[in-house]
Design a protein around this ligand. Sequence first.
Ligand SMILES: C[S@@+](CC[C@H](N)C(=O)[O-])C[C@H]1O[C@@H](n2cnc3c(N)ncnc32)[C@H](O)[C@@H]1O
Length: 270
Amino acid sequence: MTGIYDDPWAYELACSFRDVPAEVEVLLDWCKRHRVGAALPRTVLELAAGPAEHAREFARRGLTATALDLHPAMCAYADRTAAEAGLSLDVVQEDMTSFALGRRFDLVVTMLDSTSHLMTLDAFTAHLDRAAEHLTADGLYVLEMSHPRDRLGDDPSVSTGWTVERGTGIDAVHAAVRWGEPTDRLDPVTQIADDHVTMSITEGGATRVIRDVVPYRFWSATELIAAIRLSGALEVVAQYGDFAEVTLTDPAAWRMITVLRRASGGPAAE
Ligand SMILES: C[S@@+](CC[C@H](N)C(=O)[O-])C[C@H]1O[C@@H](n2cnc3c(N)ncnc32)[C@H](O)[C@@H]1O
């Protein structure tokens, strides 16, 4: 059976509700706001990058970009689409809890709640340690997660079902996505849910359906802060509820985005 990460083209289509260039613009603005000397980054590493849309956008803007993912199909797709667009992108197939690339980056990002694939506290803190180890002295790590309201509240901030359209006429592609069903409940002890994901993709009059069950580990806001302290390698610079000026506690917040830097008491970067 094909899973959602076995077909990166379909995954990228399903996630095309995002405005990736606009998100990259905000990431660069946060670098100006939070880095010493308002320095724009020259090197960027995207972790659990999947199709590496953000890394490719950074490369398009002239940054030296690296994309890391565990899944071979995602890595191959990121590599191929970057090459087809004439972009220079370094793609590495590694685990975000154990990678050691031997170089540091001005900006490290993990987008779209990819840390929900980290099922244990040990895995999460190992991930934070690895991210810190790959930051330059004044580098930033931006970690985008779902807003906790989506799993804890009665009023989720995002819909679990959406559609996307691309192209027109005979090139038109339509995707109907369901990411989670009402019966996909968090286990109250493990904080893990088995999310049932369905993507129905229609092109050229034919529809194919990709179904998958994706284990999702919910990380609460307080647990995130506790994990950061337990790691000790990073400290929080700011938190946002959107790729805008929305605070985490604002009713309009729909993401939990944390900007981190190397902890002042941590090991010095070369
Ligand atoms: C929800 S997708 C997000 C992809 C990308 N961040 C985006 O914004 O579209 C999660 C990605 O995490 C990757 N992944 C899961 N566990 C991983 C791990 N331990 N190390 C690296 N990548 C991992 C999957 O292969 C998948 O591409």
